[in-house]
Design a protein around this ligand. Structure first.
Ligand SMILES: Nc1nc2c(c(=O)[nH]1)N[C@H]1C(S)=C(S)[C@@H](COP(=O)(O)OP(=O)(O)OC[C@H]3O[C@@H](n4cnc5c(=O)[nH]c(N)nc54)[C@H](O)[C@@H]3O)O[C@H]1N2
Ligand SMILES: Nc1nc2c(c(=O)[nH]1)N[C@H]1C(S)=C(S)[C@@H](COP(=O)(O)OP(=O)(O)OC[C@H]3O[C@@H](n4cnc5c(=O)[nH]c(N)nc54)[C@H](O)[C@@H]3O)O[C@H]1N2
Ligand code: SF4
Ligand SMILES: [Mo]
Length: 826
């Protein structure tokens, strides 16, 4: 679409046409070392009558904001939020605008390459030489075919992180089945945020993140989610924060440091790392003893004079439950003694503050308790999470207005090709024959989805087997996974294929580089990250032709499929290319047009997004209703609620989840956490097990400007890196003045952080923002294999070099925040 035909307001035209752009460039020139950007043609183009606006989706976090990408004479020069996309709502977070730096990154790989230096190491030059795509794909296909001929196809592994949908990560399942490997598509969710999902899987039957109705919420209790720094959907969170502040929503932040969110909240509770469960249990105790629970959702005593009294069990027969299960047993085994004074002893938070928080949370409706990696990235993370999520049931917020729901699926379509018709005998024989290399979903880790952090370790021990070949797609566990140097050892004798568009640590160990397009060059589709629950899908259209000889990852998988033997090749001939996958996706909208009129591929590309409001179900005063086209009026049966909303075996919110108490899972939990059998299901306080042997807790959160491990080579992020850390161009390890003095450390000193698994160096910032027993070094910098801007930023290695590989055993989530380290002046 031509920019001048597009409804373009004057302010935005001025911004895009350079009035603001010129100021931006001048600003950058003022920062030493960044002036070379001015020479980047991408940042200098001006909007003219030739400017084209393309709809796309941001890639710098998982939020999936809709983008308007401005391209003039073939150059992208500006990115804004797509005003038609409800999630971005025309706005972006500070990272969203930085796409041109990724597209025009001078360090990008220019085409496929092969390694010529057989030695692998941080300081080994891989000796990459360019090859053609045919040679690259034929090399991989020959290798994989040979593996298959040796009955060893299970030794081909694909690990991935940020996937989008059917045109990329969605291809893995079928690819693995047809080829004969259960390890194609091992996701990064166990280093990401599986903790919260598994808690929800257990208690309400949805293995998913929530959608939250912040706009209508009057009380928000956040446990260790970086609402204003990272928690998804970040851009929408910031917009919702503004609305919540304007209308007076009460906000409490539970954190282990004075984070940006804690500083901006009405109340902050600073807890000892991993002890959140005790706070949540005490809040539940107060809600029950004060009689503040939501009777329509939860139920009530059968006789009016009965009540919950501290220390006293109740007779289960005297309490009639509505949409919850096992509240009396939970009270009797746990909650009756979980007083605020007890929680103070564990968490360090004064009992009065816990009581005030509980009374506010219990008496202000609607209220939401949010939690993410803070409380869950600990050995006891599932139990912390269960105690927190239970609060949402106690105050009746499940599926209520101003409460929380789950994301609905979209009407997008798929290609009408059945992979079952293309399985050869070999593929059938291999199905289920070998466990995945990471052992997720096996008896070793029966409740997990992924265990990506164990791939390297398992390869080194040869158990369950050794890898032959690994391919990385948008994941870099050599930087982002725990005890990450193990990967450097493991990848020595593995054939490594890296698909990153630009240098990264795993590429340093690669035998082949098959560079992907950057996201601004790709055609891709995705469904929304949980937002407000109603279905939504988006499209990423190329804003420019590929700058270099790269290939979109989805097409790499499809082209490799075509080169495989037997019916597998026929299947991928049928699939053809990502264009077909995208067309089939959009065809699903023909019978179900979106609210914005999108009903085919052309209108999808024009608007960038398909969505349909409203969310179809709602709980009102303990009854569930379905939308009739005008209002929530169709009463839902218990079976309907169980099928669509509360998907547990009981169809209720389970305080003693059956998913925990079944024989296999109970034995697993008992083995790893030492919990007595009769307590396994109940949310109760389980002590965190700290790791690494040091005397200071190490917390490594994500910052607003850091896009996981992907933002290191964007110079602009270094200029505005982290105001609370007080610096540009590096991040600092925050340490309390007393802890610093005890170690002879002064502000800006060089320090060494060490644990049982490694050591790194960085600079210290002496700050009262952290407790005496805790240091904070964000996940940022310390890259040794990325581009020129990422090098030498003051941190000598990834913070994950000192974080041991220990997990929360239910979800398999790495207990990143359980690390304890030593800190000394260098
Ligand atoms: N800017 C930015 N945003 C992102 C991303 C990004 O890379 N950059 N990544 C996205 C992804 S993939 C994810 S999974 C989400 C993650 O979203 P979050 O889980 O919100 O992200 P983290 O940065 O891990 O934040 C963890 C918070 O928990 C706190 N914390 C640590 N230990 C404890 C504890 O024991 N108790 C409590 N109460 N708090 C604790 C930390 O101080 C920090 O404030 O963010 C997404 N959004
Ligand atoms: N200590 C600590 N560790 C953490 C976290 C933390 O808060 N603290 N956060 C954790 C979380 S929540 C997550 S989600 C993980 C994230 O960790 P990962 O899933 O490993 O993601 P990234 O670090 O962003 O690495 C992605 C890699 O993909 C490559 N890449 C970038 N763009 C593209 C592309 O367009 N195509 C292809 N093919 N490749 C691309 C880049 O080279 C990059 O190295 O880290 C986890 N690790
Ligand atoms: S919130 Fe995430 S997806 Fe949205 S603009 Fe920021 S980085 Fe991009
Ligand atoms: Mo994540």
């Amino acid at each position: 679409m031509n920019v001048l035909q597009n409804k373009l307001n004057r302010r935005r035209f001025l911004q895009a046409s350079g009035a603001a752009g010129a100021a931006g460039v001048a600003g950058l020139n003022a920062i030493p070392g960044i002036s070379t950007l001015e020479a980047s043609p991408g940042t200098r183009a001006r909007a003219t009558s030739d400017t084209v606006v393309t709809k796309s989706v941001c890639q710098q976090c998982s939020t999936r904001c809709g983008l308007d990408v401005y391209t003039t004479n073939g150059r992208v020069h500006a990115i804004y939020g797509n005003p038609d996309a409800p999630l971005s709502n025309g706005k972006l977070c500070p990272k969203g605008h930085l796409g041109p730096y990724i597209l025009y990154d001078a360090d990008r790989f220019k085409g496929p390459m092969k390694r010529t230096n057989p030695k692998k190491g941080r300081n080994e030059d891989p000796g990459f030489v360019p090859i053609s795509w045919d040679e690259a794909l034929d090399t991989v296909a020959a290798r994989l075919t040979a593996l298959r001929e040796r009955n060893e196809s299970h030794r081909f592994v694909v690990a991935y992180g940020r996937g989008w949908g059917p045109a990329d990560a969605g291809l893995f399942g079928t690819w693995g089945r047809l080829y004969g490997s259960s390890s194609i598509g091992i996701g990064h969710s166990s280093i990401c945020a599986d903790g919260s999902k598994k808690v929800k899987r257990a208690m309400d039957g949805n293995d998913s993140y929530n959608s939250y109705d912040y706009e209508n919420c009057n009380c928000l209790l956040i446990f260790g989610a970086g609402f204003l720094e990272s928690f998804r959907p970040y851009n929408a969170n910031m917009q919702m924060w503004g609305r919540m502040r304007s209308k007076g929503t009460r906000i409490t932040m539970v954190d282990v440091r004075n984070s940006v969110t804690a500083a901006a909240a009405d109340r902050k509770l600073i807890v000892s790392p991993g002890t959140d469960g005790a706070i949540a249990l005490a809040i539940a105790h107060v809600i029950l003893t004060e009689g503040l629970w939501d009777r329509p959702f939860v139920g009530d005593f059968t006789r009016s004079r009965l009540r919950f009294e501290t220390g006293k069990p109740i007779d289960p027969d005297t309490f009639s439950e509505n949409w919850v299960k096992d509240l009396p047993a939970w009270w009797n085994t746990t909650l009756k003694d979980a007083t605020p004074a007890w929680a103070e002893g564990i968490t360090g938070v004064p009992a009065e503050k816990i009581v005030a928080t509980a009374k506010e949370f219990g008496s202000t409706r609607p209220a939401i308790a949010v939690f993410e990696r803070g409380p869950t990235a600990h050995t006891n993370g599932a139990y912390n999470g269960m105690a927190i999520h239970a609060l949402n049931a106690l105050v009746g917020s499940m599926f209520a207005k101003g409460g929380l729901s789950y994301q609905m699926g979209s009407s997008a379509g798929s290609l009408p090709i059945n992979p079952d018709d293309y399985m050869d005998d070999y593929a059938r024989e291999m199905e289920g024959k070998y466990p995945r290399i990471d052992m997720a979903r096996t008896d070793a880790w029966p409740m997990t989805s992924n265990m990506i952090q164990d791939i390297a370790k398992n390869h080194l021990t040869g158990s369950p087997y050794k890898m032959d070949t690994i391919m990385f797609y948008t994941v870099g566990p050599i930087y982002s996974g725990p005890d990450c140097t193990v990967w450097e050892e493991a990848l020595q004798d593995v054939f490594v294929i890296d698909t990153s568009p630009s240098p990264q640590e795993s590429a340093q160990f690669a035998d082949l580089i098959l560079p992907d397009h950057t996201y601004l060059e790709r055609l891709e589709v995705a469904n929304t990250y949980p937002f407000q629950g109603y279905p939504m899908s988006m499209i990423r259209e190329p804003a420019v032709k590929p700058l270099y000889d790269t290939m979109q990852f989805g097409n790499i998988m499809i082209e490799l499929g075509k080169r495989m033997p037997g019916p597998m090749a026929d299947y991928y001939q049928q699939v053809g290319s990502v264009e077909n996958v995208v067309a089939a996706f959009a065809a699903g909208f023909e019978n179900d047009p979106g609210d914005n009129g999108v009903n085919d591929l052309a209108s999808f590309k024009e608007k960038g997004v398909w969505y349909k409001t409203p969310y179809l179900w709602r709980q009102i005063d303990g009854e569930f209703y379905e939308w009739d086209g005008h209002r929530y009026s169709i009463r839902m049966s218990e079976d309907d609620v169980k099928a669509k909303l509360l998907k547990t075996p009981s169809g209720k919110f389970e305080f003693q989840p059956a998913w925990f108490t079944n024989e296999k899972h109970a034995a697993h939990i008992q083995k790893h956490l030492g919990i007595p059998r009769d307590m396994i299901g109940f949310p109760h306080y389980v002590e965190p097990q700290y790791q690494g042997g040091g005397d200071l807790h190490l917390i490594s959160p994500k910052l607003p400007l850091s896009a996981e491990g992907r933002s290191a080579n964007l110079p602009h992020t270094h200029a505005v890196w982290q105001p609370t850390q007080g610096g540009t161009d590096t991040v600092y390890m925050e340490i309390h003045p007393q802890a610093a003095a005890a170690r002879g450390i002064k502000d800006r000193d060089r320090v060494r952080i060490s644990s049982s698994v490694g050591a790194i160096e960085c600079f210290a910032s002496v700050s009262g923002g952290v407790p005496k027993d805790t240091v904070v070094l964000p996940l940022a910098h310390g890259h040794w294999g990325s581009g020129r801007w990422a090098q030498n930023k003051g941190v000598s290695g990834s913070v994950n070099e000192v974080i041991p590989n220990v997990v929360e055993p239910v979800s398999g989530l790495v207990a990143f925040s359980a690390a304890k380290v030593f800190v000394e002046k260098v």
